[in-house]
Design a protein around this ligand. Structure first.
Ligand code: ZN
Length: 332
């Protein structure tokens, strides 16, 4: 079930460049459901499920496995850790956060008091791991180790789930389920569980070049405009997945965008039209490789993106899965 797949994936530790735990979990889930699997130098997991049509198109669908995190840059003599961001860590979202390292060491992410009325920046952050001094701290973590927001997963109302790694494990869950449930589909699905998206679409860029698909699709979260004081983008939770028209990295190729609208119509799923004035997804990495590849993105509306409480609505997830199951059959 989509909800169970999602919860399993949300608990896997995996900041950019250290996605191996997520990769192993997905490999286990897909065992027996796909025709082949491989990994590449950057850690992308690339799986294929062959289409039945003689003229099957090769559709690369990419969902990134990594999530944002913090990397230790220095250990102070009092035992506090100085950090830098791995991806888009917001200052407002990082005050007094419970964080965890891969080896299980836990800490509190804090921001030191500022002099005057300056604005906090990343160098004002530190992690308190409970060490009395630098020696004790060095016995727990090293410079270069990464931490992520502790995977606190909770349900809100009937349909909503929040967790720190929702961006982008919700899309990984969708891609896993698509590969499990697509049966005798017309086109070949090349599922790419990509790495290092949060630091610049790096995994998908090399995967797209290597795969050289006929069509590309990114699966990712998008921002929201339905909470107090927030209107842009015009996206609501629970109103259906969103077909990306434009973001800061890509103008979706019309044929891919329109195939998504057609798939939604066939699947009888309401979709939203997404124009995001910032951000980018793996869809762009595919579109901009080689001589250019037709590509688009299907988005899951997500509130509070890049906080420790990224929230989605499972009805949007169910809708997205239906759209994808049709999409892989209608593209020609
Ligand atoms: Zn993302």
């Amino acid at each position: 079930m989509l909800r169970d797949t999602l919860k399993t994936l949300l608990s896997a530790w995996g900041p950019s460049g250290s996605e191996h735990n997520v990769q192993v979990t997905i490999k286990e889930m897909l065992h027996g459901h796909v025709d082949n699997m491989r990994t590449d130098v950057l850690g992308n997991l690339i799986v294929e499920k062959f289409g039945v049509d003689d003229n099957a198109k090769r559709i690369m669908i990419s969902a990134h496995m990594d999530h944002i995190g913090l990397i230790v840059t220095a250990i102070e003599k009092e035992g506090f850790l100085r950090v830098s961001n791995v991806g888009g860590i917001g200052m407002k979202q990082s005050e007094f956060r419970h964080v965890v390292f891969e080896n299980g060491v836990e800490g509190v992410l804090c921001s030191q008091p500022l002099e005057g009325d300056g604005k906090a920046v990343i160098k004002d952050l530190f992690i308190d791991i409970g060490a009395a001094d630098a020696d004790e701290a060095r016995g727990m973590v090293q410079v270069g180790d990464m931490a992520v927001y502790s995977p606190d997963i909770f349900t809100l109302g009937k349909h909503r789930i929040a967790a720190p790694a929702m961006d982008n494990r919700c899309a990984c869950a969708l891609l896993v389920e698509l590969l499990m449930y697509a049966e005798d589909q017309k086109n070949t699905i090349i599922g790419v569980f990509s790495t290092q998206e949060e630091v610049g679409l790096r995994g998908a860029s090399v995967a797209a070049y290597a795969v050289n698909p006929d069509i590309g699709l990114g699966l990712d979260v998008t921002a929201w405009g339905d909470t107090p004081g927030t209107k842009i983008p015009d996206i609501k939770l629970g109103a259906g997945p969103a077909v990306k028209i434009k973001d800061n990295s890509m103008i979706a190729t019309p044929l891919v965008r329109d195939a998504l609208f057609e798939a939604a119509l066939e699947a009888d799923v309401a979709v939203q039209r997404e124009v995001l004035p910032f951000g980018g997804t793996d869809g762009a990495a595919i579109q901009h490789t080689r001589g250019g590849i037709p590509a688009g993105t299907l988005s899951i509306p997500c509130r509070y993106v890049h906080s420790a409480c990224e929230m989605i609505d499972m009805r949007d997830m169910d809708g997205a899965l239906k759209v994808l199951l049709h999409f892989v059959n209608i593209v020609e």
